[in-house]
Design a protein around this ligand. Structure first.
Ligand code: HEM
Ligand SMILES: *[C@@H]1O[C@H](CO)[C@@H](O)[C@H](O)[C@H]1NC(C)=O
Length: 166
């Protein structure tokens, strides 16, 4: 394989790269990708049949975080998602402007898989945070059921990640 071939191969691989981050001992697996057109894709595989939470956070805590809560309700057979904002450590309220697109949500006997997209910059300066090309706090949480109630201390946390690296 000549240099030219290698170069093309390397370019393709680079554009297909996406970050895979196992969190909480692999019980919450975060996969992300940002396209050149400014769309963030998020896929979460979590060991729960309840809700899945994800957010961009100013300090790694709930306060001021731009959150998404979603999942698959086995009782109704319906996927659900909401673009939310946490103004206090409690149920984050739904944003006045919904800027998250559900791609899919499903569950089996043990896991839920949730996929959604959003713009890197949604334009909602009140209740969304912009995906920056820098390390940001990402908060995560899962619920035991599809009722949007407290996650418990063992089922939430934060990591630091540059979403644009993925
Ligand atoms: C049903 C909605 C929710 C309720 C009622 C709730 C409630 C709470 C409460 C009472 C605390 C303080 C006790 C503790 O440390 O565990 C807390 C902490 C925390 N929660 Fe939530 N939460 C909710 C949703 C979420 C979501 C969706 C996320 C992430 C996407 C999240 C991430 C966190 C994190 C990282 C902490 C620890 C830092 C902090 O205290 O802010 N929570 N939550
Ligand atoms: C359930 O889904 C998870 C996540 O996709 C997968 O790892 C696991 O193998 C699945 N379990 C079964 C029994 O198919």
């Amino acid at each position: 394989m000549g240099f030219a071939n290698f170069f093309i191969f390397a370019t393709l691989v680079t554009s297909a790269l996406s970050a895979v981050v196992p969190i909480n001992g692999g019980k919450y697996i975060l996969e992300t990708r940002v396209t050149l057109t400014g769309i963030l894709s998020v896929k979460i595989t979590a060991e729960t049949l309840g809700w899945i939470g994800w957010g961009i956070s100013p300090r790694g805590t709930m306060m001021g975080s731009d959150m998404v809560m979603g999942g698959f309700n086995g009782a109704t057979g319906e996927a659900y998602i909401g673009d939310r904002y946490a103004s206090h450590p409690g149920l984050p309220e739904l944003d006045r402007e919904q800027n998250v697109e559900l791609v899919s949500a499903s569950e089996n006997a043990t896991h839920t898989v949730l996929e959604f997209t959003r713009a890197v910059d949604t334009g909602d300066i009140d209740q969304d945070l912009t995906v920056e090309n820098e390390v940001q706090f990402i908060v995560w949480a899962i619920g035991d059921t599809d009722d949007l109630v407290y996650h418990g201390v063992g089922s939430r946390g934060s990591i630091q990640l540059n979403l644009m690296d993925g």
